[in-house]
Design a protein around this ligand. Structure first.
Ligand code: GDP
Length: 534
């Protein structure tokens, strides 16, 4: 094997590309910050503040978008830790929760699920979890905020199982909780790890470790905590699930860790075990079968397109996940969907807090490429002529729908152009009512902030003022049915039949009751929550 090849394989093997999924406020930002701290990418925790300012009203979003750097930078963070090259994909939450949040998960090889120990499994975590589950990627659980009183750890494990349908394997187990959270028992190393001061989370902190039966712990923990721990561990060993790497890698068993991101307790042991257990980039399904990341042929797919809000620069950045082969700056590749060559001249990468031009990159990495308006979400780039195409990126269910018209009907053309381009970028989905012209469109979005962004961008970039009327629809289902005929299809009074951009029939519902009724009345129809673009 040539030296070049060995170093290429090493580069692939040391990549870990993952997303952190959580409900807002569970501690995703804090945990990310601590990872960067351990990676040496920032010296004192607290520097990822710019990300925090993303929780804000639409006006701030515009400001931030104008400044570009910040929001683009926070889309992906790359840093080294203990020989690994880590890519953390940001999954926007809060108000800017959007289809992008879901799509980002298509580019991840695994996910870290952060759960607030007092709140348990919350709504947004559930939604994001389902996408990870659909992909069958490994999911690791970090139960956070153990420095505060929360639910009982056994209760949390049960909740994860009953709400998400995944079983847990606690890799470590908390010793005490709240103010008495002293550390964890590491079930793999079979040792107690007690945490010492971390300067309120600003530095890494020390650990005192040793065998569970070491008498010093009886003293350090006190009789009550120590015997509680012994009986918890006995129960886990007897009644809990066994450690099963295969099940972990296929997303059927989630290794679970307890800690406190704020005080750094348990963060480093978590990071270490997670990096060891999770996978480097794995083969991906394509039109030419499974593609091994270690093949020479460079391939990748676009999972996100971000528009430039600066009106003097109408270009966009397409985010490409590299799936195989080595990327080199300036290389020419085939844009498979349109059958054209493109040269990747100024690719960007996102190192900790900076954006830099990248000379080379490897499977697992994300690069930002200049998009003069030629790419669509899900497009594949491929260096050789094999025309390899990755499975497309699904359309995820919007949850908010509005009717939209141009205020001034003379601006119809610009209106259409704007809507088409924004739909291409994937920030909205557009629906038509059969037999009604494009004067009345229905747009669907995953997060309602997207409506405001849509209105703002149509005005600023396309010069069109619009009127939007929110509708009461909250659920969407794509209809799969032989010989679908809207006039013969039986729906409830409060349901609407529309078509998506590929003229595929779609139902909009106001409540789950109607979904069930429609299913009952149309037994041969399959109703899907996720669809693929043609
Ligand atoms: P995100 O919305 O998931 O990114 O959450 P943040 O990381 O911004 O955290 C939300 C709030 O919880 C902030 O005030 C954090 O300081 C706090 N927080 C995060 N982790 C912990 C923790 O381990 N313990 C405690 N007590 N607070 C935490």
């Amino acid at each position: 094997m040539s030296e070049q090849t060995t170093s290429f394989i090493n580069e692939v093997n040391r990549r870990r590309t993952f997303a952190i999924i959580s409900h807002p406020d569970a501690g995703k930002t804090t945990l990310t910050e601590k990872f960067l701290l351990y990676g040496g990418a920032i010296r004192l925790a607290g520097s990822v503040k710019s990300r925090r300012s993303q929780k804000h009203a639409v006006s701030d979003w515009m400001e931030i978008e104008k400044q570009r750097g910040i929001s683009v930078t926070s889309s992906v963070l790359q840093f080294d830790y203990s020989g690994y090259c880590i890519n953390i994909l940001d999954t926007p939450g809060h108000q800017d929760f959007s289809e992008d949040t879901y799509r980002t998960l298509m580019a991840a090889d695994s996910a870290v699920m952060v759960i607030d120990c007092a709140k348990g499994v919350e709504d947004q975590t559930k939604k994001l979890f389902h996408v990870c589950k659909m992909r069958g990627i490994p999911i690791f659980t970090f139960i956070n905020k153990m420095d505060r009183m929360g639910k009982d750890p056994f209760e949390l494990m049960e909740e994860v199982e009953s709400v998400l349908g995944i079983r847990s394997y606690p890799v470590n187990w908390p010793i005490g909780a709240g103010r008495d959270f002293k550390g964890v028992y590491n079930r793999q190393k079979k040792q107690i790890e007690l945490f010492k001061d971390s300067n309120h989370g600003q530095s890494q902190g020390n650990v005192i470790s040793g065998d569970i039966n070491d008498p010093k712990f009886n003293e350090l923990l006190g009789e009550t905590l120590h015997s509680q721990l012994l009986s918890d561990i006995e129960l886990l060993d007897m009644a809990g699930d066994e450690f099963d790497m295969e099940k972990i890698l296929s997303g059927e068993l989630t290794p679970t860790f307890f800690g406190s991101a704020l005080t750094n307790f348990g963060v480093e042991p978590f990071l270490e075990s997670f990096l060891e257990m999770t996978t480097p980039p794995t083969p991906r399904q394509s039109s030419n079968g499974l593609i091994d990341p270690k093949t020479d042929n460079f391939t990748g797919f676009i999972f996100k397109i971000q528009a430039n809000m600066d009106p003097t620069h109408r270009d966009r950045i397409a985010f490409l996940r590299i799936c195989s082969g080595k990327f080199e700056k300036g290389m020419s590749v085939n844009h498979v969907q349109v059958n054209k060559k493109v040269r990747l001249a100024q690719p960007q990468q996102f190192m900790a807090q900076d954006r830099v031009i990248v000379d080379e990159a490897y499977p697992g990495d994300i690069i930002g490429i200049h998009d003069p308006g030629i790419f669509r979400i899900g497009d594949t780039l491929c260096a050789d002529n094999s025309k390899t195409k990755y499975e497309g990126i699904p359309l995820f269910a919007p949850e908010h729908f509005a009717k939209i018209f141009a205020k001034n009907s003379l601006k119809r053309k610009q209106f259409q152009k704007g809507i088409t381009q924004l739909a291409e970028e994937g920030s909205i989905q557009v629906f038509k009512r059969p037999n009604i012209g494009i004067e009345e469109l229905i747009v669907g979005v995953v997060g309602s902030l997207q409506f405001e962004v849509l209105e703002y961008r149509l005005k600023n970039e396309y010069g069109v003022d619009v009127i939007m009327e929110r509708t009461p629809y909250r659920y969407i289902r794509w209809v799969e049915m032989e010989g679908f005929n809207p006039s013969k299809f039986s729906i409830t009074m409060d349901t609407m039949i529309v078509e998506d951009e590929d003229s595929h029939p779609v139902l909009l519902f106001q409540n789950e009751w109607s979904i069930n009724m429609v299913k009952e009345r149309n037994e041969t129809a399959v109703l899907k929550e996720i669809s693929f673009r043609k």
